[in-house]
Design a protein around this ligand. Structure first.
Ligand code: PPS
Length: 296
């Protein structure tokens, strides 16, 4: 399944045809969730892979064997990607660990009444757009980026692959009370990985001893993951991900947007952000300091 130049339009959102088909997207919406399922939900570049590693480690009580021997797309397949059904059929692991980038307005109906445990991972959107921009440069299954200002406009318009960041976060977080949903931010993971791991272990009712928590912290650190070929995407051939143009585990920092946003781009971003998020009380950490000092 190469289809590197194919785009699938689904309910007005574009998806890379290398990983999605109309059938696979349709099947995701009909997923029969089990109450024991663990579902990681995120807009791309928000810390998805990091959370896949954390959940794998927590459910294995800090033992890195699975995370070092099974690729992340096999142990935590994306529900909407074409190989998901076959991967789930071939696996007998319970609880099932699933991942999705789908927005709530598409996947919500399938989750109605379900007790599946959902971990929603978000990241400040300035860092999301920068990470996504760099990822587009190396991922040959994503369209050409154009210049950064063009890419930023498409992000703010919601016309990039996977749709609008604003719709995604508003849709999922506004439904948190109706779902069994834990919202964790990338920034929280970065500032307090130990605390994040404890929150995840509590949600999954998987109590850990202190040395098991420490092992989870150690193996989900940026450097451990960067060197783990089961999670750093180095198993993917060069013609699909071009490593001469970057790496998946790129910088892993809060506030990298400052290295690329101009003053004008930042002002424009903040005005769009304010108007689209005015009824939502979410706060993000925009750089590595206290919430009170943040610009928005
Ligand atoms: S994807 O393609 O949607 O699955 O990408 P996603 O995993 O959501 O996001 C990739 C970014 O997460 C960073 N990352 C980490 N940062 C810090 N610590 C750890 N352990 C970690 N693991 C992944 C990764 O480097 C990407 O961010 P950028 O800013 O590009 O470095």
């Amino acid at each position: 399944m190469a289809r590197l130049d194919v785009t699938e339009m689904f309910h007005g959102i574009s998806f890379p045809g290398h990983l999605h088909t109309q059938d696979s997207l349709q099947l995701a919406l009909k997923c029969q969730f089990q109450d024991t399922d663990i579902l990681i939900v995120s807009y791309p570049k928000s810390g998805t892979t990091w959370m896949q590693e954390i959940v794998t480690l927590v459910t294995n009580r800090g033992d890195p064997h699975v995370s070092q021997t099974v690729p992340n797309w096999t142990r935590a397949p994306w529900l909407e990607q074409y190989y998901c059904t076959a991967t789930l059929k071939a696996s007998s692991t319970t609880p099932r660990l699933l991942t999705t980038h789908l927005p709530h307005h598409l996947l919500g109906p399938a989750l109605q009444g379900s007790k599946a445990r959902i971990i929603y991972v978000s990241r400040n959107p300035k860092d999301v757009v920068v990470s996504f921009y760099h990822f587009h440069k190396m991922a040959n299954f994503l369209p050409e980026t154009g210049s950064f200002p063009e890419f930023l406009n498409r992000f703010l318009d919601g016309t990039l692959h996977y749709g609008s960041w604003f719709d995604h976060i508003k849709g999922w977080t506004s439904q948190a009370a109706a779902l069994n949903l834990l919202h964790i931010t990338y920034e929280e993971m970065s500032m307090d990985l130990n605390g994040t791991i404890k929150k995840v272990s509590s949600l999954l009712q998987c109590p850990l001893l202190e040395d098991e928590v420490s092992s989870c912290v150690k193996h989900s650190s940026f450097n451990s993951m960067k060197n783990n070929k089961m999670i750093n995407y180095s198993l993917i051939p060069d013609e699909i991900m071009d490593y001469s143009k970057g790496s998946f585990m790129r910088k892993g920092q809060i506030g990298d947007w400052k290295n690329i946003f101009s003053k004008e781009q930042n002002e424009y971003f903040e005005s769009v952000y304010r108007s689209k998020m005015q009824d939502y009380s979410l706060e993000f950490m925009w750089e590595r300091q206290k919430f009170e000092d943040q610009p928005i």
